[in-house]
Design a protein around this ligand. Structure first.
Ligand code: HEC
Length: 160
């Protein structure tokens, strides 16, 4: 987690150079982008790829894990998303955002906890359904906070 500390340091320096507006918090876009790119998106893909089916030239394949290890990977992915969502509520990520930032982040914590429980229960239907709801939470925050929406790519077709 050292890299987050470094990013926070950079944000403080930027703020300090900001003269009269030094007290106004500026969103740290780079920190958010890194968290999304390095953790949230890859972990969400693991979760989304744990329910539903894919069809390729060899036929239809069920995506659900078939082993305890596979389910544990899904559960861990959901736990990692919950951790990231809690991080989003810390000053490094939340400074300079509106009230709704905290609400979106809290929604992601809650849905990720449900996701973790569904995976612990090895409940394919719940994982599928919760995956769709999770996608909507991602999108809701992006619609407010990204001018050009970057849709989470994988799982979109299952979620809709
Ligand atoms: C609380 C708000 C919020 C939530 C919830 C959220 N995101 Fe984001 N996300 C952002 C913001 C803000 C950016 C833009 C960061 C930037 O590039 O400046 C972003 C960017 C991204 C990006 C693009 C990163 C890049 O490489 O530029 C991806 C992918 C992404 N989010 C995936 C997700 C997924 C998947 C979820 C849900 C599991 C999610 N996000 C939930 C706020 C959020």
């Amino acid at each position: 987690m050292v890299r987050f500390t470094m990013i926070a340091g950079a944000a403080i320096l930027l703020g300090a150079c900001n003269g009269s507006e030094a007290e106004q918090a500026v969103p740290d876009e780079a920190a958010v982008q890194r968290l999304m790119e390095q953790t949230v998106q890859p972990q969400a893909e693991i979760f989304w790829n744990s329910a539903g089916t894919i069809i390729d030239e060899t036929g239809e394949h069920d995506l659900a894990p078939t082993t305890d290890e596979g389910w544990e990977r899904t559960r861990q992915a959901a736990a990692n998303i919950a951790d990231s969502a809690r991080l989003l509520m810390t000053p490094t990520y939340a400074d300079g955002r509106g009230e709704d930032w905290m609400q979106f982040s809290q929604s992601l914590v809650e849905i990720a906890q449900r996701a973790e429980q569904a995976a612990a229960n090895q409940d394919v239907d719940a994982v599928f359904e919760i995956g769709g709801t999770m996608y909507n939470v991602c999108t809701a925050c992006h619609q407010v906070y990204i001018s050009e929406d970057v849709p989470p790519a994988a799982g979109a077709e299952q979620a809709s």
